[in-house]
Structures are given as C-alpha cells and as structure tokens.
Design a protein around this ligand. Structure first.
Ligand SMILES: [Zn+2]
Length: 315
C-alpha cells in the first residue's frame, strides 16, 4: 500500500513539474499556479496558524512547495483530469432560481451519488486531517498531503459565489458576457477577472499588495467580522453547509443580479457592491477574506486537535 502511495506521490510531483513547465512555456509572465484568489487565501491562512498547526502543514507539504501553501493551492484544479473522480468535488449545483442550498438535496454528482460535491469533500478531507499525528503521519491510512491540498483548495472554491450556482447554467459557465471589452463566461469573471482587475488597478498587478492590504484590514477594520467568521455553528471543525448557503445567496445577490446573456460588465457591476458591502476595494475580497479565515480555522482546529489527542492518547 505504501508503495502505491509512493508511486502516487511521485506521479503528483512529476505532474506538478510538468504543469509548471508547460505554463512557463505557454505563458511566461503569469504565476506558475495561476489563480491569485487561491494563492492569496492560502498564504494568508498559513500565516495565521498556531505553531502546532503551522508545523503540521509544514510536515505535510511536498518538499517542492518550500513550505508555501499558496504555491500548491491550485494543485486540485490541475489534477482534475488525472484524478477524474475529483472533478465533481469543486462545486455544487443548486435548483435554478431558488437561491437556497440543502446538503441532502444538492450535494451529489451527475450520477446522483450523495456527498460528491464541494461541501462533502470539505467534510471528508477535514475528517482525514483529523487523523494526523506528528509522530506517525506516514502511517495514516490516508494520503494527508493530498488531503491538505484538496481541503485548502476546496475551501477557496466554496466561497466563490458561482461555485454554488444554478444547475442549468452550470454556475455561470454557459452565460457569455463581456468583461469590459473582452468576451468571457460569467463564471470566469468571478474566478479570475474581478480579482485581477482589482490587482491591476490598486496593487500594480501585484498579488503581494493585495495580500498585504487584506492582512492589514483583518487586524483593524474587519476585526469584528473576523471574530464572527471564526464561530462555526455548534463548534464543528468545518461548516461547509453554512459556507454553501452563503455562497448561493451571494451568487443571487451579486453575481447573477442584472446579468443576462451578452451583458456588458464593467465598473457599475463591481461598484454596486462597494456601497452594499462597505468594502472599499473589491467585492470578491470580502469573500476571500472570509475564505482564508475559515480555512485557517479548519486547519487549525483539525490539525491542532489531532496532534493534541495523539499526544494524550499516545497514538
Ligand atoms: Zn477548483
């Protein structure tokens, strides 16, 4: 079994290198792993971990990541085709126009297999990480490195409003719009364009500026909000059902609102949220802020708890 895991890990590494190389060849100017939203979420979450949780993350990260969780936070997107079973775990389809989410009704894949959606995946990988034991992590029945990379990615995905979207438009993937002058699908606008445009305008196209701005706001203007987000209902380790319910509401209130096939989305589309959300920079930032906070909380809780219980019970 461990040999299979070793082969899998080697495969994973080879795949990472290959993807990196081909990205550099095709798009030499962009980040190796693309998607700044995921990178920002993971970097900030990692920087806020307690010593015990940070240590666990360090142990679990592949060597190639150089202890930077952000550098591998889009790994899950790159293995979708290789691990075909995982592609259904990035989103949730909810009934058209209802703007609500229910685990029993909505968390399933195309073959109606229950639990195969991003909320089910978060529960699953959180449970796996609870088996972490610093002394014997190599003996876990799970591949905890992959569990960490999947969890870190999926907590990002579930907070992107259109990853909890309507069924018939596949979370905005079939809605063609214009982002300013460029043709785009609505889903992609929320995955990439909003945050990239914000980076261009306010941070010299630099992700570090965005990360710094969020880091500063957490300790000042948003401190009360952060406290609220840390309270997960009924002390659960992760609350994906809460995140998914907020997600589809955000999709209806912001992402789908006023948008139809061929809509031109520009300043007005973003700036509506500024007044609504009292956030001065970017509507997706509030989502990202929530996201890293909840990722940090989940990692913190599961890894610290697992380590503490391992020490107590001498596992
Ligand atoms: Zn994804």
């Amino acid at each position: 079994k461990s040999r299979i895991r070793k082969i899998k890990m080697e495969g994973l590494r080879a795949y990472q290198i290959l993807t990196c190389v081909s990205f550099f060849v095709l798009f030499p100017l962009i980040h190796c792993w693309g998607n700044d939203g995921h990178v920002a979420v993971c970097r900030i979450a990692q920087s806020r971990l307690s010593e015990a949780a940070a240590d666990a993350v360090k142990q679990l990260l592949p060597e190639s990541a150089d202890n930077d969780l952000g550098s591998v936070c889009t790994w899950a997107d790159h293995v979708k085709f290789h691990y075909h079973w995982s592609s259904a775990l990035h989103f949730i389809d909810t009934p058209d126009n209802l703007c609500t989410y229910q685990y029993n009704r909505d968390c399933k894949d195309e073959d109606r297999v229950k639990g195969r959606c991003v909320a089910g995946a978060i529960n699953n990988y959180t449970t796996q990480l609870l088996s972490y034991n610093s002394a014997s992590s190599s003996h876990s029945e799970y591949n905890l490195t992959e569990a960490l990379l999947f969890l870190s990615h999926f907590i990002g995905d579930i907070h992107q409003p259109l990853h909890v979207g309507f069924t018939s438009d596949r979370g905005g993937n079939t809605i063609d719009v214009h982002w300013y002058t460029r043709k785009q699908v609505l889903h992609h606008v929320w995955d990439n364009n909003i945050i990239e445009t914000a980076e261009e305008r306010f941070y010299n196209s630099n992700i570090d500026g965005l990360v710094d701005a969020i880091q500063q706001n957490i300790t000042t203007d948003w401190a009360d909000l952060v406290k609220k987000w840390e309270t997960c209902s009924a002390n659960n380790t992760a609350c994906p059902d809460v995140y998914a319910s907020e997600g589809i509401k955000a999709a209806c209130d912001w992402a789908y609102k006023g948008v139809s096939e061929g809509s031109i989305l520009e300043d007005a589309y973003i700036f509506t949220f500024f007044t609504l959300q009292l956030i001065s920079v970017d509507p997706s930032i509030k989502q990202h802020l929530k996201t890293f906070n909840q990722l940090q909380f989940t990692l913190e809780f599961s890894l610290t708890w697992a380590r503490a219980s391992g020490e107590v019970f001498g596992e």
